[in-house]
Ligand binder design. Structure first.
Ligand code: FE2
Ligand code: FE2
Length: 194
């Protein structure tokens, strides 16, 4: 298993803008929060994160300008922040299920060019394949997490999310995906307006 220090090096530089948790003033405080989030993600998902299979996603371009690995880690980070927001509001949330679902939601996309005939097949089938792979890495994964993985493409996948955990994973994936496609400077400029 990799040390915590080594794991940190695998993450992309901080560039998420996430309003789920109030942004602290100083950079040092920011990094402290990021460290706590990363530590929780690693503690929960080390069995997958350390695997060669997951590490191979560093070489796969995703959403045009990022890698599948960085996308997934971003989704997990946003998901943890959303869990924190729930806790602040006294809303119960199954954090382990949310983190595992975030880490596993796109496992079915690893090696997509060899697996699927085209984009539409990849979009349709990868949630089911991701859930199957999630069970391989985490045999005790909850049905809550598996269901969040299967529904994460909603509304493209027409099954409506029903649990808080499903909604959190969908929100985290959508936010990270928008950040993947749109350069951060445009997003920052938008938020500065007004
Ligand atoms: Fe996906
Ligand atoms: Fe995704």
């Amino acid at each position: 298993m990799q040390s915590r220090k080594k794991f940190e090096g695998f993450f992309a530089p901080a560039q998420n803008i996430c309003y789920a948790e109030p942004e602290p003033v100083g950079k040092a405080e920011n990094m402290e929060i990021r460290d706590r989030i990363d530590a929780e993600i690693y503690k929960t998902g080390a069995a997958l994160i350390d695997s060669d299979f997951f590490q191979s996603s560093k070489n796969q371009i995703h959403h045009g300008r990022t890698t599948l690995y960085d996308h997934v880690i971003d989704v997990a980070r946003v998901a943890v922040r959303l869990c924190n927001e729930c806790s602040l509001r006294q809303k119960k949330v199954d954090r382990r299920s949310v983190i595992l679902a975030a880490l596993c939601h796109d496992l079915g996309m690893i090696g997509r060019d060899e697996k699927y005939a085209n984009n539409s097949e990849a979009c349709r089938i990868h949630p089911i394949e991701s859930a199957r792979l999630a069970k391989e890495y985490f045999p005790d994964i909850s049905e809550t997490a598996l269901s969040a993985i299967r529904k994460h493409m909603w509304p493209l996948v027409p099954t409506m999310p029903t649990t808080r955990e499903e909604w959190l994973v969908i929100r985290a994936d959508k936010k990270a995906s928008i950040d993947d496609y749109v350069p951060g400077c445009f997003i920052k400029a938008f938020y500065k307006k007004g």
